[in-house]
Design a protein around this ligand. Structure first.
Ligand code: RB5
Length: 150
């Protein structure tokens, strides 16, 4: 994969125990695509609290360490709820290509959230590719996303 959106992109990844296996797979996948992953845990299937890991990725984005992040828990729900509490974070829970692309085009999503217990691995990899390659359209959408933080 080569695209202007992904050139030199650093992406923070984090998961809880229910997303650990998929995070490892996605980490390898993005590395093969020439993207530098910043792995913020967890590092095993041992039970952990997903808000701690959502916070790590949100803080990495908000401090400018990385531009974008990927969060994975069992359903994707808890991670997305937690991430969207941060001003400046636009986390999109995506389980299909259409919403993955739209979350970039229309919402300029800076965090992709997936459910490790929901998605098959091939689909998850494709969703990540779509999400990483799709640019924000700006225009009328820019005004709308700025309203999130007003
Ligand atoms: C963990 O069992 C599960 O609750 C968590 O991964 C996530 O799905 C929460 O929203």
């Amino acid at each position: 994969m080569s695209c202007s959106e992904c050139d030199g992109l650093e992406v923070a990844l984090a998961a809880d125990h229910a997303g650990f296996d998929l995070k490892e797979l996605i980490k390898q996948h993005v590395t093969e695509r020439g993207i530098l992953p910043l792995d913020l845990g967890t590092d095993s299937r041992r039970s952990v609290e997903y808000p701690d890991y959502a916070r790590r990725v949100c803080e990495a984005i908000l401090t400018g360490t990385v531009a974008r992040g990927i969060l994975i828990c069992g359903t994707g729900l808890g991670m997305s709820m937690m991430a969207n509490r941060y001003k400046g974070i636009r986390a999109a829970l995506c389980h299909d290509h259409y919403t993955a692309a739209a979350s970039r085009r229309h919402n300029d999503a800076n965090v992709l959230v997936m459910g490790g217990r929901v998605l098959g691995t091939d689909l998850a990899r494709e969703i990540v590719d779509t999400w990483l390659q799709t640019p924000f359209e700006g225009g009328r959408h820019d005004k709308r996303i700025r309203q999130f933080d007003d």
